[in-house]
Design a protein around this ligand. Structure first.
Ligand code: PLP
Length: 457
């Protein structure tokens, strides 16, 4: 592509993005397509000779967009909804233009130091004390996996050691169990501790499990409380869990992949109470800090613990060793590293802390408003306290009714909610995280739900 062609097609692409961002509500949130439809629509083999770029852009619009689930839609309210604002989109394009590989300081001083700067800013915004070492990874699953590996190394056990035990709550995200699996921890040695009536890890049961494991000769090495669980956004008693973990020489990791962003607003900082005392924590700006996928932040209390777990420097990666020059590849699995901090920098600067805090506050207020509407109706029940922007609810008519409601929402193309099972019954999750989701969107969701709700039952 020549620079002139780049201008032509680049402007056309930007025009498309601008139109898309302005009219996202006009697109169906969930495409009406069957599995395999794109595979069937596209050629079976790649082209031998280059194709016309205008045609490629047309095919993007004709084949890709209609088969996309639109996470950037303001009524995408499933899973943990997220946002890709213009500021982040522009940053992604510029990062691709520079195309650095931030494995070493020398391989990209800007990418390396911007990661240090933005993570220091984020640390301050979250009210964490000085000294945390941050690194950017792709997802919370990867971040938590890194924490588990570092925990195992600090404990001084070999990967095959079958006695190591890890603890989290029954409502912890599956990434914790998966991280343990990938780190070579025996599946049977992941203890998912039962919760209280507010879905918080029960410290008495945690203590009993630890005592039992110790008595049976096993080695408790890691405990992971969550702030903002995926199922109900519950908050484990972090302070007590961490104290117990420390007492038994365990690594303490806090999963606040979703809930952590709220600390940017001082009104919600108490929700992170105790997290500052952990050995590591994960927070995902790509979930609820309005930064495009993907960007997860792993903070570790002591950079050397990460380095001990992951540093391996072959001759071809050896550098001068200036102590201000951080070589991020020494602190994690990936060698090659994308310039992810650029989009964090753009969003943090363009929005500013106050605007982000106000957005988060408004989304939490909207979630509480929606929960109130459901409760007032009488046919629905809200199944867990609404502390963040997640509302978990069900129609009192039972599983079948809730399944039909979810299907109706999917078919409408107007909204995406997501299913879960809580205490053995089907529930519906509504998670606000998109920048553009406003009260009118929730009113629309309520209208759609009411229309689909059976009059009897
Ligand atoms: N932790 C929590 C609490 C989550 O809700 C999720 C995903 O929703 C994860 C971890 C995993 O996040 P990721 O998709 O970034 O791996």
């Amino acid at each position: 592509m020549t620079p002139d062609e780049f201008r032509t097609f680049g402007y056309a692409a930007i025009d498309w993005v601008a139109h898309f961002l302005e009219h996202t509500r006009d697109y169906p949130v969930l495409p009406e397509v069957q599995p395999g439809s794109l595979v069937d629509a596209l050629p079976k083999e790649a082209p031998e000779s280059g194709e016309d770029f205008g045609q490629i852009l047309e095919d993007f619009e004709r084949e890709i967009v209609p088969r996309s689930t639109h996470w950037n839609h303001p009524r995408f309210l499933g899973y943990f909804a997220n946002s890709s604002p213009g500021e982040g989109i522009i940053a992604e394009m510029l990062a691709a233009a520079l195309n650095p590989n931030g494995m070493l300081w020398k391989s990209s001083p800007a990418a390396t130091e911007l990661e240090q700067v933005t993570l220091e800013w984020l640390r301050q915004w979250m009210g964490l004390s000085p000294g945390w070492f941050g690194q950017i990874l792709d997802t919370a699953s990867t971040s938590t996996f890194h924490a588990i590996v570092a925990a195992r190394v600090r404990k001084g056990h070999a990967c095959s050691d079958a006695s190591l035990v890890l603890y989290a709550s029954k409502h912890a995200h599956s990434s914790i169990e998966k991280g343990a699996m990938a780190a070579g921890i025996a599946r049977d040695n992941v203890r998912l501790i039962d919760v209280d009536d507010k879905y918080r890890m029960r410290v008495d049961l945690l203590e009993a499990a630890v005592e039992r494991d110790l008595a049976e000769g096993r080695v408790p090495f890691c405990v992971i409380p969550t702030i903002g669980t995926t199922s109900v956004a519950s908050i484990d008693p972090v302070r007590e869990v961490l104290a117990l973990g420390r007492k038994h020489g365990m690594w303490t990791h806090v999963d606040c992949a979703y809930g952590g962003s709220t600390a940017v607003d001082e009104r919600y900082r108490h929700l992170l109470d105790g997290a500052d005392e952990a050995d590591s924590l994960v927070v995902n700006p790509h979930k609820w800090l309005f930064v495009p996928m993907d960007l997860s932040v792993l903070y570790c209390r002591n950079a050397e613990w990460m380095r001990n777990a992951f540093s391996l420097v072959p001759e071809y990666l050896r550098t001068q060793g200036d102590e201000r020059a951080v070589n991020y590849h020494e602190y994690g699995v990936p060698l090659g590293r994308r310039f992810r901090s650029l989009k964090l920098w753009f969003v943090m600067r363009a929005f500013g802390r106050k605007k982000i805090a106000d957005l988060i506050h408004a989304q939490i207020e909207n979630a509480k408003w929606f929960a109130g509407v459901l409760e007032a109706d009488g046919r629905f029940e809200v199944c867990a306290p609404v502390e963040f922007s997640l509302v978990v609810f069900r129609h009192k008519g039972g599983d079948e009714v809730n399944t039909r409601l979810l299907d109706a929402m999917d078919r409408s193309g107007e909204v995406l909610l997501s299913p879960n099972v809580l205490d053995g019954t089907k529930v519906i999750r509504l998670a606000i995280g998109n920048l553009q989701t406003g009260r009118a969107d929730l009113e629309k969701v309520w209208e759609l739900l009411r229309e689909a709700t059976p009059t009897e039952g």
